[in-house]
Ligand binder design. Sequence first.
Ligand SMILES: [Mg+2]
Length: 214
Amino acid sequence: MRRIRAVIFDLWETLIDWDQAAAATMLDKVRALAGEEFHARWSSSQTRYTAPVRTALAEAGVPAELMDEVCGVRLEYVRHCLVPRPGAVDTLRRLREDGYRVGLITVCSEDVETLWPESEFAGLFDAEVFSNAVALTKPDPRIYLHCCELLGVEPHEAVFVGDGANDELAGARRVGMDAILIHRPGEDPPWPELAQWNGPRVTSIPGVLEVLER
Ligand SMILES: [Mg+2]
């Protein structure tokens, strides 16, 4: 991948684990506060990824008097999750030392953006695109193009690394980027459409360095 000048990462299940047990615990806590109907509304909410979290929570039925408490439960969960996978920090540093521009595109709630500055990821990226902040999600072409623009590269000069949620790998290719699939070692990719994935794949973040050297 000699022409590549920028590496753009997904967040969940790429740079960090999505802890499903912790997510379930968090949702149970919120449901206990906000009621059963909340859960159904929240599960089908797209606003949670494209608007301020308080706006999305209010739309899903969280009353104003419970908002601070619910937000606190969510922040506690995201803080628990926002921990780099092994080798991620070193790889991000190495990429920049090697002259690559490094970006992030994540479909997330505002909690991630709120906690980002206190996470180990702070300062390791040249551009971070949080879906809630730009009101766009993957695989909308505009979210990839926006990140490339922030990085000062053309899409064909960038490679996207992700687990494939939100059709994000195909989405990256549609705008002219290369794409690298990451999945857990010893497991198949969790998304059926990736069973036939014909591009490069890695099972750890440091593996990205080897793919770039090919
Ligand atoms: Mg992901």
